[in-house]
Design a protein around this ligand. Structure first.
Ligand code: 5GP
Ligand code: ZN
Length: 116
């Protein structure tokens, strides 16, 4: 179920712009609009799942993780990269549609944040 006022549902549907770097039947990926590293990709389920807390579909969980790693390989992040899933308010989640941050292309700080 899509949420009418959800920015990632709108990008998925094409009603607001966002170039898809990857798409299959379960997930899609876009470049983050405010990149925190040379590579900053968001891997997003097509279905509106509010956060990791609400994720009940194990196959979708696996697909999200696998696509994140595949996109890191495509971006040639062999020196290392980071996966971040901010979850709910105290986890720093700003967009309430589950997304995985793939960050790389520079040495990342030790802080556990998408904003390192
Ligand atoms: P969160 O803090 O929820 O984990 O991360 C949300 C991310 O979505 C932020 O890194 C932010 O830059 C990104 N973002 C927010 N709005 C848009 C948008 O309209 N397009 C794209 N490509 N990224 C967005
Ligand atoms: Zn949504």
């Amino acid at each position: 179920m899509a949420s009418d006022d959800c920015i990632f549902c709108k990008i998925r549907a094409g009603s607001i712009p966002g170039k898809k770097l990857f798409e299959d039947e379960l997930v899609f990926a876009i470049a983050d609009i405010h990149p925190q590293a040379p590579t900053h990709i968001l891997v997003i389920p097509k279905e509106h799942v509010a956060s990791l807390w609400e994720l009940a579909d194990e196959r979708l969980a696996g697909r999200l993780l696998f696509v994140a790693a595949e996109l890191a390989r495509e971006a040639r992040l062999a020196e290392g990269w980071r996966l971040i899933v901010n979850t709910r308010e105290h986890g720093g989640q700003e967009v309430s549609h589950l997304h995985l941050h793939v960050l790389g292309g520079r040495a990342l700080g030790r802080m556990l944040s998408a904003r390192t």
